[in-house]
Design a protein around this ligand. Sequence first.
Ligand code: SIN
Length: 486
Amino acid sequence: MKLKHDVIIIGAGVAGLHTALSLDDDMDVLVLSKDYAWECNTFYAQGGVAVAVDEEDIPYHIKDTLNAGAGLCDEGAVDILCHEGPVVIKEFMEHGFEFDKDRDGNILYTKEAAHSRNRIVHAGGDATGRYIHKFLMDLLKFPILYNTQVTDLLIEDGECYGVRVFHNNEIFNIYAKKVVIASGGVGSVYEYHTNARTISSDMQGICVSHDIPLRDMEMMQFHPTVFIKSSAVRKQLLSESLRGEGAKIVDEDGRRFLFDYDKRGELSPRNIVSQAIFDFQQKTGKKVFLDLNNFEEGFFMKRFPSIYFNMGNMGYNLPIDLVPISPAFHYAMGGIKSDLFGRVEGVNSLYVVGEAANTRVHGANRLASNSLLEGFVFSKRVALDIKLTLKEHKKSVEFDEVEPSLIKPSDKDLKNELRDLMWRSAGIIRNVNNLQKALIRVEEMLKLPIGKLLRLRLLSSREIIKSALARKESLGAHYILKGDDI
Ligand code: SIN
């Protein structure tokens, strides 16, 4: 196996694969995938890609993104996202990708919460992520090393030289001039989430262990409409575009109680809807459902085939049956701090892009369907910077290939305890008391004889808890009660 490359890309979702697509064909690039390539959040994305419909819509897309971000966005990052978005998506379509169109060949745009107009393009109905992922995999011109767990970054004197990996039962180093982290967010630290099973915050934890700053880690987004009553690790998402196209959220008496919380009802930003459902259930003990009766059956099957099929397998006849819903963790706005070319603060030759990154493009709350767009736009900028700097001189450094145990027997129970702790203490509604207790418990766990992979999850979780404690007022997705235990 070749152990020296120009570029290593960690992760094979939209951010990683589109970085690869944007690099030059003659570069020596290796993509690392922790599992099958499709076990990534891109593959499971349903809603679509938010992109300005035309030149006039760009300022409105900016405004909606900033409004959702609740004052924490970097305006430069948002400007880049909304201006470069249409260009990058056009280029992607020039490769041959087709978004859903009407009979006359016009692209169909759907709506999701907090968008002032329909501007979300989709493919295969609700299978946008799967279609984009397959297309990017087909275009991939570089090799992928599957089943490869990154266990560390090789960093010395503020320079990154590659990665240490666990592959085929062996630990070894792979060196590269540039390393791109595109490994996604933190889903598996929470009990209920919509993420691929591979998304477990390892790279965020590795960064903490190297004193690389994470930022805005209290900003965790909970999607309001998730079917959590299944034994699967990844819970079934019920896309926001269902509500964009008329689905209702009701209690067990059929009442649309969201209007008690916000006049925008089902189309309020998703932090408001999630917090409202959580609060309503706490106060009333009532069950909450997604009501899809506005849809005609034939249309529903065609427009939302994945949801129709997956929920059918779990015994629900859609769109007729009411679906019991709960909010669940969905997306991390917080992540590894980077500039607008994905350069990680304090470490040369190390980049981060996609959900793993924090450019503050989403601020305190991501606008629906802006994440695939972020993956497309910022990966192109990462690739641009790599192309400009790849030829710079870089000395060669050798690192040892020693790694402590990755997994210890007691890890499974502790991991489950952590997921429950994070869900209850650092979830949709937080309070100082619970956060402090959670911090103490995470610190205790970190002192136990645990495997490295659990240690990385704990380090990331600790950052989420510490950031949540540091932000005293509610903002966007961070909702903190002043008072005793919930
Ligand atoms: C959804 O389809 O509701 C998810 C879209 C997103 O997370 O942006």
